[in-house]
Design a protein around this ligand. Structure first.
Ligand code: GDP
Length: 290
């Protein structure tokens, strides 16, 4: 990580360590306080921030910096390692036949993400299909169909259907020639019982290889409950964070990843089908600390 990527106040604090080869407890306290401030304003869960802070403090004071390593590089390295340890590498998505189930609340960006992911898989030479089972949100069918048209990928939905499980079943059959099946599901404004029942029923029909939780970057402290609930219901293997083109930093994803023992798969960076990136820890960590 380069210092230029960091927020100015954290960079300023680290710069005060310039020329020092040993770090005092006071120095560590000051740096950790800045890091806490950045992470909390990026919506990282409070208890996670505390856990990270403790690890950073202990390691900075107990570990010997390698000879010739300036104090600020040493502490920055520890901060980075601790965050990477928590966030991990991108969710593994082998480029082969698979079925992916998307879960998340209404408005999180599931429908958009399903078409974006399909586009992404198509750029890797696979034949993806999106199956739209959201019969709850008016407009979901048209939106998914239009985005899939723009992404030039197969699409299945039933504008007159009212049984998401039947649509999922029919959709898998209708798109049998596709390699990657991406099943979009309905959300609700909150974690309601009927949402959970519905997605559990879809999951049992679809039998996904991968369960992805779609989270709005602005989710904040609500991420924990959602991650826990969807993990219990359908199993969460990865997280897609949307709307990272806005000001929110997506710290809720850390909570979700920690809660589900999973990792981040994709980042959504706009409303178009091409606005998707595979997760990469360096850029994301710089953003969190920025
Ligand atoms: P769903 O209810 O979970 O299916 O959510 P949608 O896919 O309909 O997304 C909700 C809104 O967020 C729509 O207006 C999308 O265009 C928008 N959206 C989704 N992903 C992104 C993103 O990465 N960036 C931006 N700026 N908007 C997004």
């Amino acid at each position: 990580m380069v210092l230029d990527d960091l927020g100015s106040s954290l960079r300023g604090t680290l710069d005060k360590l310039r020329g020092k080869s040993r770090i005092s407890e006071e120095d560590v306290e000051e740096v950790v306080k800045e890091i806490q401030r950045s992470l909390l304003s990026a919506d990282v869960d409070v208890s996670l921030v505390m856990e990270l802070s403790d690890n950073i403090k202990t390691r900075s004071l107990e570990e010997e910096p390698p000879a010739g390593t300036p104090a600020r590089d040493f502490i920055l390295h520890i901060v980075y390692e601790e965050l990477v340890d928590l966030i991990g590498e991108s969710t593994e998505l082998p480029l082969e036949e698979q079925t992916i189930l998307l879960a998340g609340l209404q408005g999180s960006g599931k429908t958009t993400t399903s078409a974006k992911m399909a586009w992404w898989f198509s750029t890797k030479g696979l034949r993806p299909a999106v199956i739209q089972t959201d019969t709850f949100r008016p407009g979901a069918y048209d939106q998914a169909k239009e985005m899939c048209r723009r992404a030039e990928v197969d699409f299945y939905g039933d504008p007159d259907g009212d049984d998401p499980v039947q649509i999922a079943r029919d959709g898998l059959e209708a798109t049998i020639d596709a390699d990657v099946h991406i099943v979009d599901t309905a959300g609700r404004h909150a974690l309601e019982d009927d949402l959970i029942e519905e997605i559990e029923d879809i999951e049992s029909v679809v039998d996904p290889d991968v369960g992805l939780l779609v989270l709005d970057a602005a989710i904040g402290q609500g991420a924990k409950e959602q991650a826990q609930q969807f993990d219990e219901s359908v199993g969460i293997d990865g997280v897609a964070i949307t709307k990272l083109d806005g000001t929110a930093k997506g710290g809720g994803a850390l909570t979700a990843v920690d809660q589900t023992d999973s990792s981040i798969a994709f980042l959504g960076t706009g409303e178009e089908v091409q606005d998707i990136e595979r997760f990469e820890p360096n850029g994301f960590i710089s953003r969190l600390l920025g």
